[in-house]
Design a protein around this ligand. Structure first.
Ligand code: UGA
Length: 420
């Protein structure tokens, strides 16, 4: 099928490259000429494991990029909306990019002769896809269900394993009141063997938020249990293993530590809590999830304080919000660095991929060129991202405080975990 993907950020690129690999003809659209140039040269503008190799096989045969939205829409049967939905300072979702792209797609549809399906893949609060339908109808003068279709189809990609998640999804959610829209999207995904759940727009939108909120809840839950266990001298990891053996609970997302970060969980849980409050519902669990998460880096700082390290040099191993990504957005490591800076601590930082971004944020800080160098030059080590390469570092008898459960199984001589 001819597909266009509007917004070539993380989700757009993975979706585009994935669909191109499955044999579809894909055009990525973006306002950034630089990004478009990179994609057409077969170079991913973001880092994601396996994406560079995959792009070599599909560009330009089945994947190209353009800044010309109208032309791309005219040539496509399916148009994905994958623009960003950031949050405001108060946690509320910002939908400007969705509104703008819906308007542009409406204009492009005005002269389009054949039927096409618009698929909202960006994470949007319930009620947003209906507004996309209204905007496109108003601007194009065409009718939803007759001249064009709309479906809401959330993504469940994890950074670092996004391509694996794309090709082997647990489920596909297709939300639309319109049968033809649902059938057209099912045809696009016909090679997938996972369960396909059909729903309304709002159900699909909420499934995305509730999924991320559930995963974030599991993390804050195990972190709270971890804080209690640590206080009582109980091994949190053994407890997580024990409860995870219950099929109703499952073993995943029970890794205690310094809390969740990234561009999704903090933003999505806040946006859902904000929408609940706007609707007059007090989101008690969601607020508690965010509260526990906000406090969790302080647990590590309290352990650090208990070792009275004033004046000692601290190695920060890990800046990215998790391993296998250069993404430092909402990384707990950054809140720890900010706190330590306020105390005028002497720091040396290292991350295999996240340093470039952090150098822009904290240009005056000292960075090492390897984990071992950072450790050699410090008195105390904080592990704040679970990079595999940190497992092979020689820590000698320096104090290592692990915020990510990385060295739990083979701890160095002088070791303490944040919840274990
Ligand atoms: C998350 C979801 O897992 C994806 O399904 C979803 O599509 C994505 O958000 C999104 O909404 O786009 P991602 O943020 O890439 O994916 O990363 P995760 O692997 O879920 O980790 C999120 C954070 O939780 C990380 O900081 C990680 O270290 C932390 N975490 C995860 C824990 O602290 N403990 C755990 O047991 C698991």
């Amino acid at each position: 099928m001819n597909v266009c993907v509007t917004g070539s950020g993380y989700v757009g690129l993975i979706t585009g490259a994935g669909l191109a690999t499955l044999g579809h003809q894909v055009i990525c659209v973006d306002i950034s000429k630089e990004k478009v140039g990179q994609i057409n040269a077969g170079e991913p503008p973001i880092f994601e494991h396996g994406l560079a190799d995959l792009m070599k096989t599909v560009v330009p045969k089945s994947l190209t990029a353009t800044t010309d939205l109208t032309d791309a829409v005219k040539r496509s049967r399916i148009i994905f909306i994958t623009v960003g939905t950031p949050s405001s300072r108060h946690g509320e979702i910002k939908l400007d990019q969705i509104e703008k792209i819906s308007h542009s797609i409406g204009e492009a549809l005005h002269d389009k002769k054949d039927y096409c399906l618009i698929v909202v893949k960006s994470t949007v609060i319930p009620g947003t896809t209906e507004k996309v339908v209204e905007t496109v109808e108003r601007v194009s003068g065409k009718e939803f269900g007759k001249d064009f279709g709309v479906a809401m189809n959330p993504e469940f990609l994890r950074e670092g394993s996004a391509l694996t998640d794309f090709f082997s999804p647990d489920r596909i959610i297709i939300g639309s009141p319109d049968k033809k829209s649902r059938e057209t999207l099912k045809e696009l995904y016909s090679s997938f063997s996972c369960p396909v759940l059909e729903s309304s727009f709002r159900e699909a939108e909420m499934i995305k938020y509730a999924s991320n909120a559930m995963l974030a809840t599991k993390i804050s839950f195990i972190n709270e249990i971890g804080n209690i266990c640590k206080n009582l001298g109980i091994d949190t990891n053994k407890v997580a293993e024990g409860i995870g053996l219950d099929k109703r609970i499952g073993p995943h997302f029970l890794r205690a530590g310094i809390g969740f970060g990234g561009s999704c969980f903090p933003k999505d849980v806040s946006a859902l809590a904000h929408q609940a409050a706007t609707a007059g519902i007090t989101p008690r669990v969601l607020r508690a999830v965010l509260d526990v998460n906000r406090e969790q880096p302080n647990r590590l700082l309290a352990i650090l304080d208990s070792h009275t390290p004033k004046g000692k040099k601290i190695a920060i191993l890990g800046l990215a919000f998790k391993k296998d990504t250069d993404d430092v957005r909402e990384s707990p490591s950054l809140s720890i660095i900010k706190e330590l800076q306020m105390e005028n601590s002497s720091l040396i930082l290292y991350d295999p991929m996240g340093m470039k971004e952090v150098m822009k944020l904290f240009p005056h800080l000292t960075f090492a060129s390897s984990a071992q160098e950072a450790v050699n030059k410090a008195d105390i080590v904080l592990i704040l991202t679970e990079w595999d390469e940190f497992k092979t570092v020689n820590f000698g008898d320096k104090l290592v405080i692990d915020g990510k459960n990385l060295l739990y199984e083979r701890p160095p001589t002088n070791y303490e975990g944040v919840c274990w």
